[in-house]
Design a binder for this molecule. Sequence first.
Ligand code: S3P
Length: 173
Amino acid sequence: MKIVLIGYMGSGKSVVGKQLASKLNLGFKDLDTEIETVEEKTIPQLFSGKGEIYFRKKEREILKSILDSKNNLVLATGGGTPCYGDVINLLVSDKKVRTIYLMTSLKTLTERVFNEKRNRPLISHIKSVDELTAFIAKHLFERSQFYNQANFTVKTDGLTIEEVVDKIIQKVN
Ligand code: S3P
């Protein structure tokens, strides 16, 4: 089985994914890291050098090659991964994949990503917490239609990483 974590920037996909993989004795991959390795560029460099459309093409291509490989694993995606082209359909139509939406409140997402926005080209230009809150509110609303197609949803607010991991394990079993 492949467990694919989706959700907005700052929802904890990478940190939860790593811990989930180690608890289930599965391999772990982070899609952003895979893209950076293949392209030999950081995500901000890719966005500024080749543009978002190029990034989205590579993101889909590398995701597809991971889904096509036989290895079971936990995969943390990028916040936009399931929201472009046919990607959400690729995920939910694959019988070997369980897609989990990590659902996190606007307040928590904003607090988490405000200090880490430098590495996130879509929000790195935003100056204040209020402006970031308004941006995420709209963006999350647009993206929720994709996130909500996941096989399972786990609400992460108020939970420790370990509690989120345990909830995912209960759902996929
Ligand atoms: C993006 C989220 C990022 C990264 C890129 C675009 C998005 O991943 O893929 O900056 O469109 O939401 P994280 O969700 O890991 O920050």
